[in-house]
Design a protein around this ligand. Structure first.
Ligand SMILES: Cc1ncc(COP(=O)(O)O)c(C=O)c1O
Length: 450
């Protein structure tokens, strides 16, 4: 029988993470024997986890939304928040997965695609990704590593480089870059006054610099995370800007981790869809991309990362060889059903359906952008990306977030959740059913027109 005891067993306190924790004990009896157990383990908390400020942004927003729903259970919440896809996966892509699933139920199908596949992805899919997404031949199939998504690859890339790196990020940017950098030991503690972690270089992106940072601040950075089109600002970098970025990385010997998760949303022909369109990028960049926002695969999980043959560490060792080694140790290949879905996306029918789906979300983005502008707000993004970045003239973005939630039952994302330079903005996501987007615009117009 377990008898909970709350007395302090060890008078001397010890440090777990950066919090003072008293070691508590409990006891239970088996027969006539009383066994003492620790109510906490002897394992100290990873101090890097202890440095992380709050919950990951989106679970935090969900928590606030749920608290709002507790106060107002009948609220018909519309989410322009997390950036999760809402529309069904198109039929030609589903059909590809259905055949894969039924194939797995046959001896021949199982022999071909059952069991563990190649850790780097099915050869046919890698070939198709190369020809569809890199039509200029700038990337070859054997430089493509298929995965369960970009977010997972971002963390595995952190493992590839190991701790204590000088890392630069665009500010604002997708929170996974900073949070995974902190977890992997690149950062010192969070400074509440600057709202930045020490030892991470924040490259401010704002309307004054056309959302392209001053790269001189990253002269000492070994790793530069760069996302185009950017989440959250929606800014897509031009060929000239990316040429500067590549030149900067080559001059300083840095590696760019280029996140192209929204590249298919680019309509400006002057904005490359891949960093590898820039000559020399194969010697200084890794690119990660995903089917999540192209085909509604956020829950299915399929992405890829390109590690070029020509990318080398300081000692000349191949980055690709290490990545291959790491992937084969930490990952057993993407689901074969998801890979069948990926292949179906890249057939002519699948490609057209995917393009239409992206077009649908882009139309949502332009509805949102137009609405905010008609209401008197300055907006950015929303043209080459599924996100509209709305200026609230320097107002605290968590306050704006709360006000929009309370007045309109609409969840947006506070700009400061993406970095200190995001304060004063909110991000409106275009991932939503059309009727929800239209309803949201009506509610916003009523409550927030200037
Ligand atoms: C910039 C960016 N990169 C990567 C991801 C994650 O993609 P995946 O679903 O492939 O993990 C997201 C998801 O929102 C994102 O916004």
């Amino acid at each position: 029988m377990f008898t909970a005891v709350s007395r302090i067993d060890t008078p001397a306190p010890f440090f777990g993470g950066n919090r003072l924790v008293a070691r508590r004990a409990a006891s239970y009896t088996t027969g006539r024997r009383v066994v003492q157990v620790h109510a906490v383990t002897n394992v100290s908390r990873n101090p890097n986890m202890g440095k992380l400020k709050a919950g990951y942004l989106f679970p935090e927003i969900n928590r606030i939304k749920n608290a709002h729903l507790e106060k107002k259970p009948d609220a018909a919440i519309i989410s322009l928040g997390i950036g999760d896809t809402t529309e069904p996966i198109p039929a030609p892509i589903i059909d590809g997965m259905i055949s894969s699933v039924s194939g797995l139920g046959t001896p021949a199908g199982y022999a071909k695609y059952g069991g563990y596949g190649p850790g780097e992805g099915q050869a046919e899919l890698r070939e198709k990704i190369a020809s569809r997404f890199y039509p200029g031949g700038e990337v070859s199939a054997d430089e493509i590593f298929v995965s369960d998504g970009s977010k997972c690859d971002i963390s595995r890339l952190q493992m590839l480089f190991g701790p204590n790196r000088n890392v630069a990020v665009q500010d604002p940017s997708y929170p996974a870059y900073v949070d995974s950098s902190v977890m992997n030991g690149h950062a010192t503690s969070f400074d509440a006054s600057t709202k930045q972690y020490g030892n991470i270089t924040y490259l401010s992106c704002n309307s004054n610099n056309n959302f392209f940072p001053n790269l001189a601040h990253a002269n000492d950075s070994e790793i530069i995370f760069f996302c185009s089109p950017n989440n959250p600002t929606g800014a897509a970098a031009t060929r000239e800007q990316l040429t500067d970025l590549v030149a900067h990385a080559k001059e300083n010997g840095s590696i760019i981790i280029y996140d192209a998760a929204y590249a298919s949303y680019i309509e400006n022909p002057d904005c490359p869809k891949s960093i590898f369109e820039i000559p020399g990028a194969d010697e200084c960049a890794i690119e990660t991309c995903s089917f999540s926002k192209y085909a509604g695969f956020t829950g299915l999980r399929l992405g890829w990362t390109v590690v070029p043959e020509n990318l080398k560490f300081a000692d000349g060792f191949s980055v690709k060889a290490d990545w291959n080694r790491l992937m084969n140790t930490t990952f057993n290949g993407a689901s074969n059903v998801a890979q069948a879905g990926g292949l179906a996306c890249l057939s002519d029918e699948g490609w057209n359906a995917m393009t239409e789906l992206v077009g649908f979300y882009k139309e949502n983005a332009s509805i949102l952008k137009r609405t905010f502008e008609d209401m008197g707000y300055t907006t950015y993004g929303g043209t080459n990306a599924p996100y509209v970045w709305v200026s609230f003239d320097g107002q605290d973005s968590w306050e704006v977030f709360t006000e929009i939630l309370e007045k309109c039952d609409i969840v947006v994302t506070p700009g400061s959740g993406f970095g200190p330079a995001g304060d004063g903005f909110i991000r409106a996501s275009a991932f939503g059913h059309r009727d929800s987007i239209l309803e949201a615009t009506e509610r916003l117009k009523k409550a927030f027109t200037k």
